[in-house]
Design a binder for this molecule. Structure first.
Ligand code: SAH
Length: 244
């Protein structure tokens, strides 16, 4: 048996949004590694070993997966959403960079529906024009850089999608984000908070930037800020394709 590693995205929560390709990989796997709540989404079966691990041990997890593949195991690393978006695929390549034979491993990245797209679809088409995605966690980058990117994205007229908007470990940061956006954009710009999209706990609200409060976001929320032309049509929100 030859070992392999597949890095799979499980989508935003709804089982119908797990791709056929990911299902097939999980059906063939001998081992599944990942953050505890994501591994919990994988059904147990004979012949499959689950290796749940805590958050913030991504590199250890990636090295574990590579070692198991070298030993002949068929390993799936699970991420939520898409594995290439602020998730395990980049961590795997970081681990691979430290190995002497990076092309000696059988690796495949299996895309998934990222939270940004699931949230946008619920709202309508807020990303119908140019947009950018920003991770608001300063776990792996300096906070100053986040502030700079927020300002430049707002000045550039981009709609914005924020991952990891708020955490107990970062008090006051999301308040600061709103302050920066209000300094750069008019108060009528729409901001959407889409929580736990496609799960039983889904909640979505859309307000004007000057009405937004920090408590509208938590760690399970995707925040989408429109551009100056983003508008409501009935219960929907969309960004027109034509601008200027
Ligand atoms: N790889 C994941 C993102 C990991 S970062 C993806 O592609 O979706 C984790 C952040 O994603 C959370 O803090 C939240 O902002 C967002 N997120 C993940 N699942 C979500 C969901 N079902 N609804 C809303 N936001 C979600």
């Amino acid at each position: 048996m030859t070992g392999w590693v597949k890095v799979a995205g499980l989508g935003p929560g709804d089982e119908a949004m797990v791709t056929e390709q990911v299902r097939a990989a999980l059906a063939e796997a001998t081992d599944v590694v990942g953050y505890i709540p994501y591994v919990a989404r994988v059904a147990e079966r004979p012949g499959l070993r689950l290796h749940p691990s805590d958050n913030r041990v991504e590199l250890d997890r990636a090295n574990h997966a590579l070692d198991m593949a070298s030993a002949g195991k068929q390993v799936v690393i699970v991420s939520s959403g898409d594995p290439g978006v602020f998730a395990m695929a980049a961590a795997l390549f970081e681990a691979l960079e430290t190995r002497s034979d990076p092309d000696g491993y059988d690796i495949e990245i299996l895309p998934g529906i990222t939270a940004m797209l699931a949230a946008a679809a619920r709202l309508g088409a807020p990303l119908g024009h140019d947009f950018c995605a920003i991770n608001l966690s300063d776990n792996l980058k300096p906070w100053d850089l986040i502030e700079k990117r927020l300002r430049l994205a707002a000045q550039g007229g981009f709609a914005m999608a924020f991952y990891n908007p708020r955490a107990a470990s970062r008090p006051g940061r999301f308040e600061r984000v709103l302050e920066i956006l209000r300094a750069e954009l008019p108060g009528h710009v729409l901001i959407a908070f889409a929580r736990a999209v496609t799960t039983g706990e889904e909640e979505t609200r859309v307000v004007r930037l000057d009405e937004a409060t920090p408590d509208m976001a938590d760690m399970r929320t995707m925040v989408i800020v429109g551009n100056e032309d983003t508008r409501r049509v009935g219960r929907w929100v969309y960004s027109p394709r034509r601008v200027g």
